[in-house]
Ligand binder design. Structure first.
Ligand code: ZN
Length: 351
């Protein structure tokens, strides 16, 4: 394993950022290659500890000559967000200098060619970071971007062009659900990892082996040794299933048994009032239309001080908030409905 240090120039003199990259060189040039990164949203740490738990297995495979395809690992992909604190609270989701979400405004290239990347010499540090992450990931057959939600199940975002071909990956990772999307107008990292392959020749696109996904490893507080080990085992099974690592002790993953739904089926459930949230449901719960999902206590102690929110359709609770204070219009939870949502805001990636 080789470790190198990436350096990103800051936006003023004397400031720069660094992050390590680990590389394993595969023995078989025909084998699939893999790129894994975690904590692009810099405070989302389940993927960071999963990678930490995965590394001993990769080092063992390397020592035994079982690494077939090249593997590139960026365990903490966002040194800018990692260093951002505002009045003592970590701020890892948006770049404070530009208010841009760290998982938006990635360049969506017309083809998988680093020469097409925009010139970032006069851009900001966050743009330089994004350009560099795309450059590091380009050319890998498998690209995994490890995130987490607020409170939630383990689930994957997958572009429709890769489904059901990626069902073995979802099964190998042991996630609970898969959300399928088709349009990225905002430039997520996942979008930057799959859109360049949409309009290129089949021998470049290689859709028979391509993997790109945003992995949502449950909730922000699910940073836990046992979960990290289980997630590392899932990542390892995926790498073996796709031939990046040879391991004859593992059998092929079975069929994926979790929930699969298009993004259009997600109801985001905005809060009608500001207040304290009392949830009736938690991630994984099955609900039917009309079930109460939550009560907002907006005027405590008053007769009409509560507002109730009900399920607009049958489905499963995918996520909910980790904090219990809410403003009117903010989202209470994600409900994966059995049918298309009536909510016009569904249909965009929310990682
Ligand atoms: Zn995220």
């Amino acid at each position: 394993m080789q470790k190198s240090i990436e350096r990103i120039a800051g936006d003023s003199e004397g400031v720069s950022y660094e992050f390590p990259v680990f590389r394993f060189t595969g023995s078989d040039k025909a084998a699939s290659s893999a790129y894994l990164q975690a904590a692009l949203h810099a405070g989302e740490l389940p993927g960071v500890v999963a990678i930490d738990a995965l590394m001993p297995a990769l080092n063992k495979a390397a020592a035994e000559g079982r690494i077939k395809g090249d593997i590139t690992i960026v365990p903490w992909a966002n040194p800018i967000g990692r260093a951002q604190y505002h009045f003592g609270e970590h701020q890892g989701r948006f770049h404070l200098g530009t208010r841009t979400n760290f998982n938006r405004a990635f360049p969506l290239l017309a083809a998988p060619d680093a020469k097409l990347l925009p010139d970032t010499a006069f851009g900001g540090a966050d743009q330089r970071l994004k350009s560099r992450l795309v450059q590091l990931s380009l050319g890998h057959d498998i690209v995994l971007d490890l995130h987490c939600d607020d409170e939630g199940l383990a689930y994957l975002y997958i572009h429709t062009s890769l489904w059901p071909a990626m069902a073995d990956c979802a099964a190998a990772m042991g996630v609970d659900a898969v959300v399928l999307w088709s349009e990225d107008t905002d430039g997520t990292f996942e979008g930057a990892s799959i859109m360049p392959y949409q309009n290129v020749p089949a021998d470049v696109a290689k859709f028979d082996r391509r993997v790109a996904t945003t992995v949502e490893y449950r909730g922000i507080l699910d940073v836990d040794g046992a979960l990290a080990k289980a997630d590392a085992d899932g990542l390892y099974r995926l790498l073996v299933a796709r031939g990046v690592i040879a391991d004859s002790t593992l059998s092929a993953p079975g069929p994926f048994k979790g929930v699969v739904a298009p993004l259009e089926n997600i109801d985001m459930m905005p809060a009608p009032r500001a207040g304290a949230v009392l949830y009736d449901v938690k991630p994984g719960d099955r609900v039917v239309r009309g079930d109460r999902l939550a009560t907002i206590v907006h005027a405590p102690g008053e007769t009409d001080g509560r507002a109730e929110v009900f399920a607009p359709q049958d489905g499963i609770i995918l996520t909910r908030r980790s904090r219990r204070i809410i403003r009117a219009g903010e989202d209470l939870l994600k409900l994966v409905g059995d049918r298309k949502s009536a909510d016009a805001r569904s249909g965009t990636l929310e990682d």
